[in-house]
Design a protein around this ligand. Structure first.
Ligand code: AQP
Length: 332
């Protein structure tokens, strides 16, 4: 079986709809066909300041949401990044292989640093794409299921893997991005030209999966569309409507042309009302299942202990080979 690896940050508490449609949904499907490794990336979380108590709680919450979304610990390896120390260890080696200019070109870093303020952005934030390289290479992943915003980091991963292999001998599998065209980028409901993001300028544009279903319905109903009334998929001319169509299509399985036909002559109200209903039907049981997992910390801990053990077995082997290739003296 080909291998996949991906991660999600525990920082915002609730996952948002972009996280789910862009990434987590694919993770659930891929556990049936791939040897799948998924992790909650707490090392990445501390690239911006975190409250320790909240970070711990949000890490548990992230695991509970992944289980609620359908990850099955018998079908995939689910773990917390800091439980596998090899990530930081390989991260260092990768840092030493990365050019300063190369790291400076990462657009995610530039965006996040701008939000933080240049003086406050940490060196950790600067090198987080390189830690991500280590995350992926440790598992010799063939594919990395992510949203469009991560494409540049997968390119960096490929470059560094090739560089290392060229310099030290064949060591790492060269991974490919696994990005579904339809859901690669889910847009903010209030500003459908920017991606839905936890750092959205207004909470009204962001669908948090753990929001009260009533709140979710309201956000959908007040989504920004346009002054026209025609329901047509056209990302350039009608980004708001297109975003709503993408979401409805993905959650219901109906094709976009079928939806265009269904809503012909009906106006935006009908589309929003139906989507609000579909969203409520989706988030209500999701929220309940998440709470059930949170209420059972023993099960959660045992899932994570098993996951970390499985992940470490693979990670330790790759790290040992890498250290040897680099020329580190083996510890006796
Ligand atoms: N809007 C999106 N559309 C499609 N995919 C998305 N992803 C994130 N936003 C969208 C994908 O979700 C996965 C996890 O991303 P993350 O760990 O970076 O989660 P996050 O920090 O909560 O994502 P944000 O909201 O995008 O954070 P900021 O505001 O910090 O930039 C990834 O595979 C990502 O592609």
């Amino acid at each position: 079986r080909p291998r996949v690896l991906s991660g999600i940050q525990p920082t915002a508490g609730s996952f948002h709809l972009g996280n789910y449609l862009g990434a987590v949904r694919q993770w659930v499907a891929l556990q049936e066909t791939h040897d799948a490794f998924y992790m909650v990336v707490d090392l990445h979380a501390i690239t911006i300041p975190q409250d320790p108590k909240e970070l711990r709680a949000n890490t548990r919450l992230a695991v509970a949401q992944l289980l609620a979304a359908g990850l099955d610990p018998d079908r995939c390896t689910l773990f917390v990044q800091s439980h596998v120390p090899e990530h930081a260890q390989l991260g260092w080696v990768m840092n030493c292989l990365t050019g300063f200019g190369e790291a400076s070109r990462m657009t995610q870093f530039k965006d996040k640093a701008a939000k933080q303020g240049a003086d406050r952005a940490s060196v950790g934030l600067f090198t987080y794409p390189v830690l991500q390289v280590a995350d992926i290479l440790l598992y010799q992943a063939n594919e990395v299921p992510v949203g469009e915003d991560q494409r540049q980091h997968i390119e960096l991963t490929r470059d560094l893997a090739e560089r290392f292999n060229g310099r030290f001998g064949e060591t790492f599998t060269i991974p490919k991005p696994y990005i579904l065209k339809e859901t690669a980028k889910i847009y903010d409901l209030q500003d459908p030209t920017v991606k839905m993001s936890k750092s959205a300028s207004t909470p009204k544009g962001l669908i948090n999966l753990l929001d009260e279903p009533k709140v979710t319905a309201k956000k959908v109903k007040s989504a920004v569309t346009d002054t026209d009334t025609v329901i047509r998929y056209d990302v350039v001319e009608k980004p708001g409507v297109s975003n709503l169509l993408t979401i409805l299509s993905t959650l219901t399985g109906a094709e976009i042309p079928e939806l265009e036909e269904r809503y012909a002559g009906k106006g935006y109200g009908a589309l929003k009302t139906d989507l609000a209903e579909v969203m409520v039907e989706f988030v209500t049981p999701f929220k309940e299942r998440t709470q059930q997992y949170l209420d059972d910390p023993e099960t959660l801990d045992s899932v994570l202990a098993k996951g970390a053990e499985k992940a470490r077995a693979v990670a330790a082997e790759t790290l040992a080979r890498t250290y040897d290739r680099v020329g580190f003296l083996p510890a006796k």
